[in-house]
Design a binder for this molecule. Structure first.
Ligand code: BG6
Length: 297
């Protein structure tokens, strides 16, 4: 993966983490453990690769732009402080999925735990974010890499008025073939963006066409995912919904950074906060949501 990304090591930071750069000068954190590996771009605090026992769990488009000029297609983009098109409360026409995924984050620290590597990254309001969204904030991402992959995003309100946000950890999972994909635990209610936001009641899931759905009542904790390569479980924490997306052939063809055949080997299962009311965080308070992705026993 490092060769594919043309990364050059800058320096070893800890036993398992090194800092690397690509040709465009974008910094990456490379985590190498005995049984797991991960790569995080500081542009977007974007986890672009995680593999367990040499098996990648995340999909990254071969044609993803990795030069810091646009959101990265694949891995786990952070959608924040809104999910999808900007809501009315923010002002229409602002960047889709917010600006966390196109901001440059700071590495605050690395903890070498017995069985995991824990990376702490952060983003604070700055002139650019305030021009788009006038709220002081501190955002913290914890990524724990080991036999499981944990990502937790904490929003802290450092301003003096309530902060309202929505978002998603927009995971692109690597799959083998659409017909082998199985998802369980999504619940039976979803909003279908491909049917003008219709509310649908239907249980069971088959991937045989484009899907862009927000499941609004997923099972409390665990979503079972069969990718064809492996069986995973996604344990969501303080999210109100799960978004499932695959653009299929026609949709992929409209995106320059989406390989033409990429839709055959991915599915997005996103840990999301999509309630239009959002989450309100009072001054000096914080709110965390995220997931644990692990192999099913
Ligand atoms: C999904 C949305 O979460 O993200 C889709 O439900 C959207 O509607 C997709 O097309 C990709 O968004 P983007 O901005 O990364 O192209």
């Amino acid at each position: 993966m490092q060769a594919r990304l043309a990364l050059t090591q800058v320096r070893q930071l800890t036993k398992t983490v090194s800092l690397a750069r690509n040709e465009a000068g974008v910094s990456y954190l490379v985590v190498e453990r005995d049984n797991s590996e991960a790569i995080i771009s500081l542009y977007g605090a974007h986890l672009i690769h995680y593999a367990h026992a040499r098996q990648p769990w995340l999909w990254l488009s071969q044609s993803a732009k990795l030069d810091g000029t646009r959101p990265i297609r694949g891995g786990v983009p952070l959608c924040w402080p809104w999910f999808g098109p900007s809501p009315e409360r923010v002002g229409l026409g602002k960047p889709q999925h917010g600006f966390a995924r196109t901001s440059t984050w700071t590495l605050d620290g690395i903890s070498e735990e017995a069985d995991n590597t824990l990376l702490h990254l952060s983003l604070r309001d700055n002139a650019q974010t305030l021009a788009t969204w006038p709220h002081p904030f501190e955002l913290e991402l914890d990524v724990r890499v080991g036999d499981e992959l944990t990502m937790m995003l904490t929003t802290r309100n450092t301003g003096s008025t309530p902060l309202v946000y929505s978002g998603a950890l927009h995971s692109y999972l690597q799959t083998q073939a659409p017909e082998l994909v199985k998802l369980a635990g999504l619940g039976s209610r979803y909003i279908d963006r491909l049917q003008d936001g219709a509310n649908i009641e239907q249980s069971g899931f088959t991937l045989d066409k484009a899907v862009d759905r927000t499941y609004t009542a997923p099972s409390a904790h665990i979503i079972d995912i069969e990718t064809g390569h492996t069986s995973l479980k996604l344990d969501n924490h303080q999210a109100d919904s799960v978004v499932v997306w695959n653009p299929w052939k026609e949709g992929a063809a409209t995106m320059a950074d989406f390989d033409d055949d990429g839709w055959k080997e991915m599915i997005c299962v996103e840990t999301a906060i999509t309630d239009p009311a959002g989450i309100t965080v009072d001054p000096d308070e914080e709110h965390t949501f995220g997931f644990i992705l692990s192999q099913k026993a």
